[in-house]
Structure formats: structure tokens, C-alpha cells
Ligand binder design. Structure first.
Ligand code: PMP
Length: 300
């Protein structure tokens, strides 16, 4: 079985999955997307990802031509057809095919794509030694210009930050708000451990409200550690006991260096490692089963 992609209701082999160059997702980044993960035959927090997808679409006034339930079923069916048990799933809904003007009224039907593949965001050894980051000079887009809480196809701001990380030869870029407060990384949320408290920036600062972020906040509390949504600056990062980032692709990754400064001892911290273990345990047991007895029977 090869990789299968869903394109507007059809299941096609990866290499045959195509959309029009007139699609406004391609021409203008007019659309929304999600990044979801399956672990050992279960999709982690599928409903939360779908809620965010539909919320992002509502923000850009894009009506997804499927109910949430039908979308969930389309995702499950696409994964089943690939035969993967561990997968990275990328639903993308764009405004659809239009003309060369940006007016969405010219796009009659949204394009719905579901890509199923695998992902390795950072090299394995980067997790063992801890990730190295720099603060990007590129600031986050102000929430009143384009809400970073919406996961839209406009990722150029994050890509500019990522290019800065690449040029500095490090793993990730830390991004600040226009006022200079720490927001998130180019594709992950950020957390600090400071004197037995865990801090992460609040969503109103202009971040994506990560689903891994929510999960990790729950895990912190379940470990009996104080969890605070807190506005903070680079001062607090440089002087933190531990720093880590979270994301569907990244999971929980220790950050051991920011702007050529070591964070504490410069090795993955104890709380971070406990959280990574707790996260791995959770994803192994929680999630929407992909292969129910009925679908397994059908596959025979
Ligand atoms: N921030 C940004 C900018 C992201 O693109 C992502 C998703 N990769 C995250 C944070 C993490 O969100 P999640 O945990 O839902 O993957």
C-alpha cells in the first residue's frame, strides 16, 4: 500500500494528488490547515484539531463543505487506505479555484485535501542533546493584523524566522511579539520551568493555541507542578531552570541553548524529561482508533 491523499472526495495515490494553479490557497495563501498525528493506530486529539480547523475557517469566513463528522471520517478513511499506524496527517482547506484577483467571491468551492505521510521535525540526536535556538529578528504578526490563533496558509512570517534559525545553524527560532514579549517558536509553543513553576505565554499575546500545549499544561498539573500562563521576556528565558517546546510534530523537545547562551546546565532538564515520558505514555493509550473491528474486517 502506498501513501494515499484525499482530494475533494477522491482517494488518490500521493504522486497523483494535484490541485489547480488557480487555487487561491496557492495564489494567496487563502486557506487553513491542521497538523495531526496518529500513534500506533490512534489519532491523538482528533476532535480538538477539527475544532481548531473549523474555528480557523470561521475566522477567515471560509465554509468547509463537510460536517465535522464527515471530515473526521474522511481523515480516518485516508489513513486506513495508507495502511499506516503511525502517521502525520495534514488536512488543508483552501478557498478553492478562482481567477487572478483575490476576491474570494470568485472561488465557488473550497478545495479539501488530506495528506497522510510521516514526519521527523528535528533530527533524533537534537532531542538527546537538546535543541538550540536563536531569537528571530522577525516579530510575530500582530493579532489585529492576522490572528496567530488561526492556523492559516499564511506561514511566511514563521518561515522568515525559520530561515534565521537555518542561517544561524541552530534547530529553531524563538519569536517575539511586536512589544518584545516571548511568543512561540516557528512551529511550536514555548515553555519555561522556573523555581518549580512552569510558564507558557497566554494565547492573547498572539500565539497558536497548540493542542500539544494544552496537553502538556494538563500533564504539568497532573504532576502536581504549578502551571501558569504568563507574559514573559527573554530575561526569563535566559535565566530559566529549563526551557522546552511543544508541537504535534516536535512533541516535547528540550531547549538547551538560546542566542548562544546555555540554559541552566545546557542539558535537557528533569521536568522536561518527565513531561516527555508522560506525553509518550498518554499518546500510546489515548486517541480515536483508526481501525475498528468493522474496518479491519473490510480490509481483509
Ligand atoms: N505554534 C505554531 C506557529 C505552530 O505552527 C504549531 C503547530 N505546528 C504550534 C505552535 C504547535 O501546535 P500543536 O501542538 O497544535 O501542533
Amino acid at each position: 500500500m502506498g501513501l494515499v491523499t484525499y482530494v475533494n472526495g477522491a482517494f488518490v495515490p500521493k504522486d497523483e494528488a494535484k490541485i489547480s494553479v488557480y487555487d487561491h490557497g496557492y495564489l494567496y495563501g487563502d486557506g487553513v490547515f491542521e497538523g495531526i498525528r496518529a500513534y500506533d493506530g490512534r489519532i491523538f486529539r482528533l476532535d480538538a484539531h477539527l475544532d481548531r480547523l473549523y474555528e480557523s475557517a470561521q475566522y477567515v469566513m471560509l465554509e468547509i463543505p463537510l460536517t465535522k463528522k464527515a471530515f473526521a471520517e474522511a481523515i480516518l478513511e485516508t489513513v486506513r487506505r495508507t495502511g499506516l499506524k503511525d502517521a502525520y496527517i495534514r488536512p488543508v482547506v483552501s478557498r478553492g479555484v478562482g481567477d487572478l484577483g483575490l476576491d474570494p467571491r470568485k472561488c465557488s468551492t473550497p478545495t479539501v485535501v488530506i495528506i497522510v505521510d510521516t514526519i521527523q521535525l528535528y533530527p533524533k540526536e537534537a532531542y538527546a542533546r537538546g535543541l538550540r535556538t536563536v531569537t528571530a529578528t522577525t516579530r510575530k504578526i500582530r493579532p489585529d493584523a492576522l490572528a496567530p490563533q488561526a492556523k492559516t496558509l499564511n506561514y511566511l512570517n514563521n518561515i522568515l524566522a525559520r530561515l534565521e534559525a537555518n542561517r544561524a545553524g541552530v534547530d529553531e527560532a524563538l519569536m517575539l511579539s511586536s512589544e518584545g514579549y516571548v511568543c512561540e517558536c516557528s512551529a511550536d509553543n514555548i515553555f519555561l520551568v522556573r523555581r518549580n513553576e512552569v510558564w507558557t505565554p497566554p494565547p492573547h499575546l498572539g500565539i497558536l493555541k497548540g493542542i500539544t500545549r494544552d496537553t502538556v499544561m494538563e500533564l504539568v498539573r497532573s504532576l502536581g507542578i504549578q502551571m501558569l500562563e504568563q507574559v514573559f521576556t527573554l530575561h526569563d528565558v535566559y535565566t530559566a531552570d529549563e526551557c522546552f517546546l511543544t508541537g504535534t510534530g516536535a512533541e516535547v523537545g528540550a531547549v538547551v541553548e538560546v542566542d548562544s547562551r546555555r540554559i541552566a546546565e545546557g542539558i535537557p532538564g528533569e521536568v522536561t524529561q518527565r513531561l516527555l515520558r508522560a506525553f509518550r505514555e498518554l499518546v500510546a493509550v489515548q486517541g480515536t482508533p483508526i481501525y475498528t473491528p468493522a474496518t479491519a474486517e473490510r480490509g481483509r
